[in-house]
Design a binder for this molecule. Structure first.
Ligand code: ATP
Length: 638
């Protein structure tokens, strides 16, 4: 039984066990319009190994905020104060030291349930474990979560229907319990599940409690689910109504004057009594009635003056005195294994997501046929100089510009990466490598097939070297656009804002690339220095133009006579190209830019990991500063 076990829990952590304490925790959100608003108001509590703690309360009472705060994931739009200690020490929790199942299911829509869990097992479980054992663990966990019948169904999402919402919830939980983490946070693990499924899921979670600290926020548990909880933290408008063993909560309500009616589910009674959203008077006998707000205040006062509150405080003080173990990151697969598994997973995802590359390939083929027919067999006349220039400019600007079309699919993949990275499944390095490697075959297809159609129909220089150079520039430019969009996505993951920003940046680079205004005529501050040199379009135009015009002879007719004009003269005099270096230097610069763009993405993601906790530390204010925003708890109690 939960209670008997919780009585025996030791104060000192053993073998990586985790004690979590929070004391006088305040969280405030500030907005220009409404000023400061306290979300959590002076909460104190603790979570111990071998216990399943439930955070309950009406919608909007601060359950998710409390979970995020103690898990070290609070957003930078809020300020926090108070002390959160792990094993009596100040330690950072995020990035790999615990697992967190978020309220939102962020999964790869194109994969089946089985693939999702297998890939995750390969990513998370250590290399020393045989593959068969990893598969066995994955199969067992799926079975525990009741997913055996949905194993071959795709997750589904915005691109098509797949498993149900409740099944998605179970897959999300499944992925986080694969490694049996010592500290597990679950935000609404049972939302979207029917009562039987809720019970089975919570029972599986509770059965893994031994030696583990599990904290779950939960909306409306059934009586059976409620009986699985060892301890309960009941909140109302960010204040503690009750904290202590789940089994004595009924007693507490009864002693405070609000006994649970016979045959009523205790959690229903608690939530009904403290939900002030639909304020109604609560019957207190044949004559008297009290508003919900008054009842909540009575319960809070009753809790603060109870032995339970003193017990919580003394237990927190006791745990804090122990300078226990420092949390270690979980051991997982090696960097190489993770990069390979992620490459495979990303490749499969790209092959199944029509919007990622296939649609682009089809559209590019149509455009290539269009280009090829408009500039069909361009010839060697004087007019062909302009035609060749325009055709190459279109390829280097607009065909590459369209590479932003895969951005929504990339943002979906990035969301999965952010969840997995935050839970410590793998690092940003393996993701950057995997994304680069898995995209390459598709981008080679997308640049070589439509490239060949446009190139040969137009009748550009007939040499394999020239065609391969042309396709390689196209390929590198598309990878550059994808890298640019990755950088943008790491700063603003909202895909509409990202698309607009990406399009704007590219428009500026195209403008200053040297075609629409020759390099010599570009205004010096800004457009020539630095934009012209930073824009990758400059090197793409230069490379493609040199590739096409070097060695070319144009037939110029003048007064009935024809003479030949060399491509080199056209490059120098008409296109104002810098002829001091070869086209291969341009390609090398483009490749260098590609590497630096990818490194910049990595740097930004890594910086985010360091900056976010730092911002949180700066945003943490002293309790005195925040408490002025709301009446403190002890004032309410007196
Ligand atoms: N960053 C924020 N800025 C402003 N208000 C916020 C912020 N985060 C949370 N809140 C507010 O704080 C309150 C608590 O939010 P929280 O998501 O923690 O509630 P909850 O109990 O988990 O709700 P639910 O059960 O409906 O998910 C809500 O009123 C919410 O609007």
């Amino acid at each position: 039984m939960p209670n008997e076990r919780s009585k025996n829990v030791e104060i000192a952590p053993l073998n990586g066990e985790v004690f979590l304490t929070w004391e006088d925790l305040w969280v405030t959100a500030s907005s220009m319009k409404n000023g400061d608003k306290a979300i959590l108001k002076g909460l104190t509590g603790y979570a111990r190994p071998s216990e399943l703690m439930a955070i309950m309360g009406p919608s909007g009472c601060g359950k998710s905020t409390l979970l995020d705060t103690i898990a070290g994931r609070l957003g930078s739009s809020t300020r926090q104060s108070g002390e959160i200690l792990i094993n009596g020490r100040k330690q950072t929790l995020a990035y790999g030291t615990s697992a967190y199942v978020t309220q939102e299911d962020t999964l790869m829509a194109t994969l089946t349930v089985e693939e999702t869990v297998y890939y995750s097992a390969e990513l998370q479980l250590p290399n020393s474990m045989p593959k068969s054992e990893k598969k066995q663990i994955a199969d067992m966990t799926m079975k525990e979560m009741g997913l055996q019948d949905a194993m071959e169904t795709r997750i589904g999402g915005w691109s098509g229907k797949g498993i149900s919402g409740g099944q998605k919830r179970r897959v999300s939980i499944c992925l986080e319990i694969l490694t049996r983490p010592k500290l597990l946070f679950l935000d609404e693990p049972t939302s979207g599940l029917d009562s039987a499924a809720s019970y089975h899921v919570m029972k599986t979670i509770a059965s893994q409690c031994q030696g583990r600290t599990i904290i779950a926020s939960i909306h409306q548990p059934s009586a059976e689910v409620f009986s699985l909880f060892h301890s309960l933290c009941l909140l109302s408008s960010g204040r503690t109504v009750y904290f202590g063993p789940a089994s004595t909560a009924i007693e507490f309500f009864a002693s405070s004057g609000y006994p649970c009616p016979t045959l009523q589910n205790p959690s229903d009674h608690f939530l009904k009594t403290i939900n002030s959203d639909f304020d109604q008077d609560i019957e207190e006998g044949p004559t008297s009635k009290k508003s919900t707000e008054e009842v909540i205040n009575i319960l809070i006062e009753s809790y603060i003056s109870s032995d339970k509150y003193k017990d919580v405080q003394s237990r927190v003080a006791q745990i804090c005195k122990q300078e226990g173990e420092v949390l270690e990151k979980r051991s997982h697969a090696s960097f190489t294994t993770q990069s390979l598994v992620l490459t495979r997973r990303s490749f499969v995802n790209m092959s199944r997501d029509l919007g990622y590359y296939w649609l682009r390939l089809a559209v590019y083929i149509v455009i290539a046929v269009g280009l090829g027919t408009i500039y069909y067999d361009v010839g060697f006349s004087f007019a062909s100089i302009q035609a060749r220039g325009s055709m190459l400019m279109f390829v280097a600007s607009f065909i590459t510009f369209m590479a932003i079309g895969g951005f929504p699919s990339f943002v979906e993949e990035l969301k999965v990466f952010q969840r997995e990275k935050l839970n410590g499944h793998y690092g940003s390095g393996s993701f950057a490598i995997a994304n680069t490697l898995s995209a390459m075959p598709y981008l080679l297809l997308v640049s070589f097939i439509p490239g060949a159609i446009a190139y040969f129909l137009t009748g550009l220089q007939r040499g394999y070297e020239q065609f391969i150079f042309f396709a390689l520039v196209l390929f590198t430019c598309m990878m550059l656009v994808e890298s640019l969009m990755m950088i943008i996505a790491s700063i603003m993951p909202n895909f509409l804002m990202g698309l607009i920003t990406g399009a704007g940046i590219q428009a500026i680079m195209i403008l200053s690339g040297g075609f629409f205004r020759s390099p010599d005529d570009l205004p010096r501050p800004f457009w020539k220095y630095p934009v012209h040199y930073v824009a990758f379009h400059r090197y793409a135009y230069e490379g493609l133009f040199k590739n096409e015009f070097e060695g070319l002879k144009i037939h110029v007719g003048h007064k009935g006579k024809t003479h030949l004009m060399s491509g080199e003269d056209i490059l120098k005099n008409t296109w104002k190209m810098d002829m001091d270096y070869s086209k291969w230097v341009d390609l090398a610069i483009l490749l260098g830019m590609l590497v630096s763009y990818r490194l910049l993405f990595l740097l930004l993601v890594k910086a985010g990991e360091k900056v976010k906790p730092a911002i949180r530390a700066v945003m943490s204010t002293s309790p005195q500063q925040i408490s002025s925003a709301e009446t403190p708890l002890h004032v309410l109690a007196t």
